[in-house]
Design a protein around this ligand. Sequence first.
Ligand code: IMP
Length: 419
Amino acid sequence: MVVGCRWGDEGKGKIVDVLAEEAHVVARYQGGANAGHTVHVGDDQFVLHQIPSGILHADKRCLLGNGVVLDVLDFFEEYDDLAEWGIDLDDRVGVSQRAHLLMPYHRALDHALENQAKQKIGTTGRGIGPAYEEKAGRRGLRVADLANAERVQGLVEAGVERARERIESMGGDCDDGLDGAVESALAAGERLRGLATDTGLEIMQALQGGKRVLLEGAQGTALDLDHGTYPFVTSSNTTAGGAATGSGIGPTAIDTVIGVVKAYTTRVGNGPLPTAFDEAMDEKVRALGGEFGATTGRPRRCGWFDAVLSRLAARVNGLTGLAVTKLDVLDTLPEVCIATSYRTPDGLVEEFPADTWQLGSVEPVYETLPGWQESTEGARSLGDLPAAARRYLDRIEEVTGTPVQMVSVGTRRSQIIRV
Ligand code: IMP
């Protein structure tokens, strides 16, 4: 399994793309079109939102598990784009019969809720929260329902009505092409029926047949509905436990959990970022790392490596290893810092606080290490790295208690160190 250890955007797309080479099946287990997984193949760049990054390797079966909220219009846009790029999709994509459909009225509701909220979450506007609300409220429309036109009609009509009522009660207007969008979504739903499968069963059969399965997380630990910086989180379990429920397999079927961390930290959307840089450094690293959202284009806030958050990620995900990405972005810096604890009015804390409001005012305690001021882009083994870069990685291992197993030093597939 590959899971994000921060607020998403850790570079999971690249790590999944590299590991997919060795897998037979790649499955997404939560989230939806809020994700943006950027993968570079040669000179081409792909941003995948819902279809697993494994699709860029021929012959891999790619699944969307039951934990996903599937935006059917966006899904086929991506599917058709991939086909246009010449990627053979025949019999390669499967969608869980138990996955919930994210409908245009969920998006409309997401926008209305954000517009009127005093405390804005800064969502991606993809309808994620409202779709999971309906799932938990037992009112959702699932892929399996698509086989029964009458049931679909009933669920969709009720969904539209509820969304209209809520939007209008907030002073919003939802006549903006909503009916047409719902019709298109239902037409796409018909097309989706051909891809419906039992993802949990498929994965278990693959494992029993000696095949390798890669579970691809979206977003990251700090955006997890239970373990993240609530309420500034997404509406799904992004952590390792979510992979079992969201793909339909038991936790004992998972033997490896790779946590992805950037060599620094970023966050997009609202909520605290304890290790945030000052303005000048923020701008500098954002430019060096091209830190703009893959889904929304929003600038990401940047900060130093946060060992406190990384330790939470190691614990709640049961990490067996770390993948450190974008090490090359720090190549020119004279010094690099790691936050090892937070100073609070109640003293030093080494564990990530549950109180998000307290988190907004903690003062990180930094350890400063020398920078390497040398390019790492050509490194293909730890031995190729400058001594100071190796020391930085060693320190990351020590403070997180997790071995570094992969290091990414550029966007290309070949720019990876396997330890
Ligand atoms: P939602 O998932 O669109 O409801 O957004 C909730 C929070 O998660 C916001 O802070 C978003 O910016 C953040 N978020 C959702 N998906 C991603 C992602 O793929 N990368 C980074 N942040 C994300």
